[in-house]
Design a protein around this ligand. Structure first.
Ligand code: MN
Length: 204
């Protein structure tokens, strides 16, 4: 079983005006699709790995055959990161989380707004292509990290809860060089239910 590109959980224009339809179409149908094609090509001679789920594969990066590691890091990471990213946004998103995630954010960052400032600043300040993630570290604490290119937060010992893609392909058509405006718009789209689900999972 080869890896498959998941459908977007909403229409290309569903996140307008925050993210434009053309960006969503190219990002999903071209960029994400290409990660999947290249991941499958890299695994062609490794049928034992094709049945794994993408999270298991990305987590086991260091134990894979040396010649596969770069492809799994880049294309496997790309597939994993984008699959989460689509689900972490929603046309009905925005606002704040509730329950356990909100309590944990307040405990680990002092206040929801302090977390928001920290996440936005990390995403804006990341040099070049990559991602900013909120995640849970080995001590069970919520932290913000950034990852280069398609590296997964697992490689920093962090289980992902919320992530934003800050590659230029994620925002350039609408925002050009104004990455902070794209990050500000992202807060209107966050699917906190999905983030809460990932948070619960990370605590198990
Ligand atoms: Mn992307």
């Amino acid at each position: 079983m080869a890896f498959k590109l998941p459908d977007l959980p909403y229409a290309f224009d569903a996140l307008e005006p925050h993210i434009d339809a053309k960006t969503m179409e190219i990002h999903h149908d071209k960029h994400h699709a290409t990660y999947v094609v290249k991941l499958n090509a890299a695994l062609e001679k490794h049928p034992d790995l094709q049945g794994k789920n993408i999270e298991e594969l990305v987590k086991s990066l260091e134990s894979l055959p040396q010649e596969l590691q770069a492809a799994v890091r880049d294309h496997g990471g790309g597939h994993f990161n984008h699959s989460l990213f689509w689900e972490l946004m929603s046309p009905k998103g925005g606002g704040k989380p509730t329950g356990a995630l909100l309590k944990a954010l307040e405990k680990d960052f002092g206040a929801f707004d302090s977390f928001k400032d920290r996440f936005s600043a990390s995403a804006a300040g990341h040099f070049g292509s990559g991602w900013a993630w909120l995640g849970v570290n080995a001590s069970g604490k919520l932290i913000v990290v950034t990852c280069l290119n398609q590296d997964s937060p697992f490689r920093q010992g962090v289980k992902p809860v919320l992530g934003i893609d800050v590659w230029e392909h994620a925002y350039y058509l609408k925002y050009q060089n104004r990455r902070p405006e794209y990050i500000a718009a992202f807060w209107n789209l966050i699917n906190w239910e999905k983030a809460e689900e990932l948070f619960e999972k990370s605590m198990k």
